[in-house]
Design a protein around this ligand. Structure first.
Ligand code: CU
Length: 201
């Protein structure tokens, strides 16, 4: 009776040992599961930190992650950007939502820049001793480009000395940027009767 009891204990231990061994074997080799697939979520979390630090304002979506299972189908996908990966993996529709999920502030930075009009350049031709535009209305940050088409050299020189194209020979041009609002009357330094005006608002 005691001998039978001992053998039952022994068999139980052997079974427990085998089960424990199978567990260890299963988790160490993962039986075909890809560690890259299982670590995607932690990778995204890690890259989120990177995104929040460097890329929240960057709409170019530049962080590339190689070889992860973006579609959760158990297969490794080719290289993708962090935001594409993040959107696929969490079924998120927009870059912004993914950025917010990563901890970026809820502002789409591109909105600010897109509403500011780009600076323009206005052409003023010099022909037959005349500036083609006598009054040029521009905005702060815009530029005026003078081009001389005469054989004689001309300048566009501010009366108050704030700008000067210098002598422009035939075919030469000079661009001046106007960063300060105001009215700028100018003339040609070699032909004082030639006059023009720039109004910067
Ligand atoms: Cu002149």
């Amino acid at each position: 009776m005691k001998k039978k009891y001992n053998s039952i204990i022994a068999i139980t231990f052997v079974i427990i040992f085998i089960i424990a061994l199978l567990f260890i074997l299963f988790y160490s080799t993962c039986f075909g599961c890809n560690p890259k697939v299982t670590s995607l979520e932690s990778t995204i979390t890690n890259y989120c930190v990177f995104l929040t630090r460097n890329d929240c304002k960057d709409s170019s979506n530049s962080i590339i992650i190689d070889d992860f299972d973006a579609n959760k189908d158990g297969k490794i996908d080719s290289a993708d950007t962090l935001l594409e990966l993040c959107k696929n993996y969490y079924d998120i529709d927009t870059d912004l939502e993914c950025k917010i999920m990563c901890g970026c502030p809820e502002i789409e930075p591109s909105e600010n820049t897109s509403t500011i009009p780009l600076p323009k350049t206005y052409d003023v031709a010099i022909r037959n001793f005349v500036y083609s535009l006598t009054i040029t209305n521009i905005k702060v940050g815009d530029s005026v480009k003078w081009t001389n088409f005469d054989v004689n050299a001309h300048t566009a020189t501010a009366d108050d000395g704030s700008f000067d194209t210098g002598l422009l020979s035939k075919g030469e041009s000079k661009t001046i940027v106007f960063d300060t609002a105001g009215t700028y009357v100018y003339h040609c330094s070699t032909h004082s009767w030639m006059m023009g005006k720039i109004v910067v608002k």
